[in-house]
Design a protein around this ligand. Structure first.
Ligand code: CA
Ligand code: CA
Length: 289
């Protein structure tokens, strides 16, 4: 009887219908690569901007976010996993990374599958008066049958330990570690969602071998946690634009389109830079492209 109970318990804990993820606290947290390709923050004139948030990227994806001071990290990374009928790919490790510089303050990172089955472009910026970083993600599928998953690993309060992750609704996840909070919003809904412990019950572990998302845990408490959401976009060739908002201030009302805010971010930096002395040998046009 006891062994039956044990089996039943194990089955329940590992069932995709269970509410709480198994395997806590997950693997030992590690930070992302220090070889950053981009750092950014909203241009701040005293009394003008109220955006105490800094973002970074490395290996083609968003890495540490800092809030409310530049020495307090809140995120490890956020990237995309891709599955096809016969392959699994991790955006950060399995794609070619290219950086397209639009201006001194704005860049797009383009990640291309070596077999050109897909590409993902991401443009990062932050909002003027809120602790919110936005990613404009453009996905291009060059073949049918692909699925794209957002994988986010929080490191609230300067450590990957002690975080809890929750599925909020079909467009958002939240993370908590005592007084630190991160909410992640997507303009496109997810048709499958789960949170879990990194290295054990997260989306990466779920997908890497069988390419099928089986887990649907709605909370993972007190550990090294990550959220996974499969975007509800057609598994067909095509291009899809998705806006992601990462809110560390806790007050943000997500939007479906941040084009205006993207232009505002760029224009404030452009205005500031146009007033600086240009580097020797460089034309003003080259300096503020
Ligand atoms: Ca933490
Ligand atoms: Ca699976």
């Amino acid at each position: 009887m006891r062994s039956l109970l044990t089996i039943a318990t194990i089955f329940f804990c590992h069932s995709s219908f269970a509410l709480e993820a198994f395997g806590g606290p997950g693997m030992t947290p590690v930070w992302s690569s220090a070889k950053k390709t981009q750092v950014g923050s909203f241009f701040e004139e005293i009394g003008d901007s109220l955006s105490p948030i800094w973002f970074t990227s490395s290996e083609g994806v968003m890495t540490e976010l800092y809030f409310p001071t530049v020495d307090r990290a809140q995120l490890r990374d956020s990237q995309i996993l891709i599955t096809g009928e016969d392959f699994f790919s991790e955006e950060r490790k399995n794609t070619y990374h290219e950086v397209i510089v639009h201006s001194p303050s704005l860049a797009t990172q383009k990640n291309t599958d070596p077999q050109n089955r897909f590409s993902i472009s991401r443009t990062l910026f932050s909002l003027k008066n809120e602790a919110v970083v936005v990613e404009k993600v453009e996905i291009t599928a060059n073949t049918d049958g692909l699925n794209f998953y957002l994988l986010t690993n929080s490191h609230l309060g300067n450590t990957g330990y002690f975080d809890s992750a929750f599925v909020e609704n079909d467009k958002s996840f939240s993370f908590k570690d005592e007084g630190d909070l991160l909410r992640v919003f997507s303009s496109t809904s997810f048709d499958k969602q789960s949170v879990g412990f990194v290295g054990v019950s997260d989306g990466y572990q779920d997908l890497k071998d069988d390419r099928v998302m089986d887990f649907s845990f709605s909370r993972a408490l007190d550990g090294n946690v990550a959220s996974t959401g499969r975007w509800s976009i057609p598994a067909k060739k095509g291009s899809y634009t998705i806006w992601l908002a990462y809110d560390l201030g806790g007050q943000h009302h997500a939007k479906d389109d941040y084009s205006y805010e993207l232009a505002e971010y760029e224009n404030t930096w452009r205005g500031y830079l146009s007033g600086l002395k240009k580097p020797y040998g460089m034309s003003a046009e080259e300096w503020v492209r």
